[in-house]
Ligand binder design. Structure first.
Ligand code: ADP
Ligand code: ZN
Ligand code: ZN
Length: 728
């Protein structure tokens, strides 16, 4: 018999091929089967999308069409399950991408690269090393209980009970060091011992955070579920490692999958719990291809798969915070708050384990410091004191390199990148000027390239420069071994080679280092026991940025950075911890909330502002971004799109699909904040709506028309739709 299969394959985002393609097969392969099919001259990976149908079914209009046969199907590999297919379907439609693209991108690259036969071999090999009948996950071994789990604090116990007894989604809102991770582990433990097949997905924002958590998970669970039942998924794995981890998850052997953003698409047939750690982190948002939010997809996936989901953070995203509120914030106590439905159950853990106190905020008003001061005298003095008391200091500056701009006082020349709307950054270590956007690198000029003036000035500071400055300022200090003190700089430059970040962190943990300087990389997740002072330099940019989320991000960054300190009760008791901020705006409300460690106050304050300005989460947004050699062409294209959008809106109102024109706002095209990168001019068009549903159906129509329209615009290199964009 011949069956007809609908197969999802990767078709480029704006190609004419939409939806699945039809192929024939001798077998009625079930939905979700992984197959290899011919596409032109190539053999490509496909996923069977619908139930196979008999080609000879009476009434089939296409029974005369000669479809191509599939090449092979990977026998032994379980089909992908309906809830996985549903997840990719939702992702494709919500983020306006093609279904095939999303489905295939969600699978490990080796499934694409290898032939069906090769995959089969790999599967056999994998099965032989992962003994035990298929889908028979190892149950928790009696007697060999998990490695020492601490007695939970009352807050942890309460959180655990709430999660056991409710459906969620849960927002676990706990201070840094309140023991959130411990709550995750307890929930995992309870689930795995109760359900012998259950699988857990734990997501973390960045791979440099994983080693610590990975160790804790291994310590806790390898004796019970076995090391093989713990799979790690992130982009630094080799393709072969990734395929193995994926197989373990897909075939049901992996009980715990730990991974970054992309792991949300892991096939997990028995998924029962999803944990999104540091759920506020921007790296959960994919910035290429389908621009999905792995956090939002986690909530969706959990609902579809009847799994629980825990979003954890000390500084939740405003979106998640909003979803956990049962009334809208009010500006003053006199107002009566409007009730609303809370979509998430918020669980609070305000206390730190061991009652370590959160650091006190010290503000240095830079208006009273000499111009170009890097370290104000009071901060420098505080740093010295900490080091003299054998404590560690962490300094945060979100800018790598030595100096962000070179400047000629003779003619006003600046180290502008020719290809981008950005300056080239001076890196002293290799004496280069480097553009951090396009990568263009040149030797640093000895004199001004325009007027030959030899006196070139460095404007501003980067991590390299503060490292040098501090080393000099503290040159008289010595450590316990009477050696010169050590300053470690951790940023994207110092951690280029594989393993170097871990090596650097190890040195910090072992206490070899007195001062740690770094970009936001060091502000997250790490547990620096002996750090008692954290200082943030140059934070003002974020307060006045035209990006409406920048204050939220700054607040989270500073709270997280502050959370790195005071984790060791021993050190904490001897001296209070401090968070220092050097700022020209010490009275800014952000710092008042920060001083009181008052995330809730800050979030409500922000929500009020967002509500007034009608910004997310009070509306949904989509950005259409276009790139072209000229700004004019990029905007011209977007203007056409705007005209298209307007006519679509009118038609939708006329047909009753949309109540009024005002339900969807289409703004005028403007240049993007970063207007030019690598010689491509960038422009954007903002679309907003109170209703996500209306926005979705409008965007779908718009996308289809845009695909036609864009063919007339050969000067436009690329255009994308970014749903729920992170930056405007
Ligand atoms: P968070 O994830 O909220 O930052 P962690 O779970 O990492 O907090 O806990 C902070 C520290 O306190 C860790 O070193 C952890 O081992 C320890 N800890 C957590 N819970 C307990 C507990 N109930 N008893 C003792 N120590 C704990
Ligand atoms: Zn000059
Ligand atoms: Zn550049």
């Amino acid at each position: 018999m011949t069956y007809i299969l609908q197969v999802l394959i990767h078709t480029p985002a704006h190609s004419n091929l939409h939806g699945p393609l039809s192929y024939t097969s001798e077998l009625p392969l079930p939905m979700g089967s992984i197959v290899k099919v011919p596409l032109g001259k190539r053999e490509v990976l496909g996923v069977v999308h619908e139930k196979a149908q008999d080609l000879k079914t009476p009434g089939r209009k296409d029974s005369e069409i000669k479809y191509k046969d599939i090449i092979s199907h990977v026998a032994g590999l379980d089909p992908l399950q309906a809830d996985w297919l549903d997840l990719v379907q939702f992702t494709a439609s919500y983020y306006q991408r093609s279904l095939g693209e999303v489905a295939i991108a969600a699978l490990p690259t080796q499934l694409k690269a290898l032939t069906g036969e090769q995959i089969q071999k790999r599967l056999k090999k994998w099965q032989s090393t992962h003994a035990g009948p298929k889908n028979q996950a190892s149950p928790l071994v009696e007697g060999r209980g998990p490695a020492a789990s601490p007695t939970p604090s009352p807050e942890q116990e309460k959180a655990f009970q709430l999660i056991q007894n409710n459906d969620g989604p849960f927002l676990l809102f706990g201070s840094t060091g309140s023991g959130k991770t411990e709550v995750y582990l307890k929930c995992i433990e309870a689930l795995l011992s109760k359900e012998p097949q259950a699988q857990v997905l734990i997501m973390v924002p960045e791979i440099n955070l994983t080693p610590q958590l990975e160790n804790r998970i291994l310590q806790r669970f390898q004796s019970s579920v076995g090391e093989r039942a713990i799979a790690i998924m992130h982009s630094e794995l080799t393709p072969a490692q990734r395929l193995n981890a994926w197989l373990a998850a897909h075939q049901g052997q992996a009980r715990i999958v730990l991974g970054t953003r992309m792991s949300i698409f892991t096939s997990l047939p028995n998924l029962k719990l999803i944990i999104v750690d540091e759920e506020h982190d921007p790296s959960y948002k994919q910035q290429e291809g389908a621009r999905y939010s792995a956090r939002d997809l986690a909530v969706y996936r959990a609902a579809q798969s009847k799994a629980k989901v825990i979003l954890g953070s000390a500084t939740p995203s405003l979106e998640s915070w909003y979803h956990s509120l049962d009334q809208l914030p009010v500006a003053s106590m006199e107002q009566t708050p409007t009730p609303k439905r809370a979509r998430y159950l918020r669980i609070e853990m305000p206390s730190r384990i061991g009652h370590a106190s959160l650091p006190q905020l010290q503000r240095v008003d830079m208006n009273f410091q000499p111009k170009y001061t890097m370290f104000s005298p009071p901060l420098l003095k505080a740093i010295r004191q900490r080091i003299e008391n054998s404590q560690q200091v962490l300094i945060l500056l979100n800018r790598r390199g030595y100096s962000p701009v070179l400047y000629c006082s003779g003619c006003g020349w600046k180290s502008q990148c020719n290809q981008c709307s950005a300056f080239k950054v001076f890196h002293k270590a290799d004496r280069t000027l480097r553009c951090h956007h396009c990568g263009d690198t040149q030797k640093v000029p000895k004199k001004c390239p325009v007027c030959s003036n030899q006196d070139i000035t460095m404007l501003g500071m980067g991590t390299e420069r503060i490292e040098e400055t501090l080393l000099e300022a503290l040159s008289d200090l010595s450590n316990a071994k009477s050696e010169r003190i050590q300053i470690m700089r951790i940023d994207a430059d110092s951690t280029k080679t594989k393993g170097s970040l871990q090596a650097q962190l190890d040195r910090v943990h072992s206490g070899e280092v007195e001062v740690l300087i770094g970009t936001q990389m060091i502000a997250k997740g790490h547990d620096f026991r002996r750090v008692t002072l954290v200082a943030a330099l140059e934070v003002d940019g974020a307060l006045y940025s035209n990006d409406f989320r920048s204050t939220e991000r700054l607040f989270a960054l500073l709270m997280q950075a502050a959370g790195r300190s005071g984790r060791d009760v021993h050190f904490n008791s001897s001296q209070d911890c401090e968070l220092w901020v050097q700022t020209f705006n010490p009275k800014h409300p952000v710092f008042e909330f920060l001083k009181n460690h008052d995330y809730a106050g800050f979030a409500n304050h922000q929500l009020l502002e967002r509500q007034l300005a009608n910004m997310p989460p009070f509306c949904s947004q989509a950005l259409i971004k276009a790139e072209s050699r000229s700004q004019e062409n990029a905007q011209k294209f977007l203007l056409e799109i705007k005209a298209l959008a307007d006519s679509i809106l009118h038609a939708m109102v006329k047909s009753g699909q949309l109540p009024t024109l005002e339900h969807i706002l289409v703004f005028s095209p403007i240049p993007m904040n970063m207007r030019k990168i690598a010689n491509l001019e960038r422009a954007q068009l903002l679309i907003e709506s109170q209703s996500r549903k209306y926005l979705q159906s409008f965007l779908l129509e718009l996308k289809l028309s845009m695909q036609l329209k864009s063919r007339d615009f050969t000067s436009v290199h690329r255009w994308v739709i970014d749903i729920d964009p992170h930056t405007l």
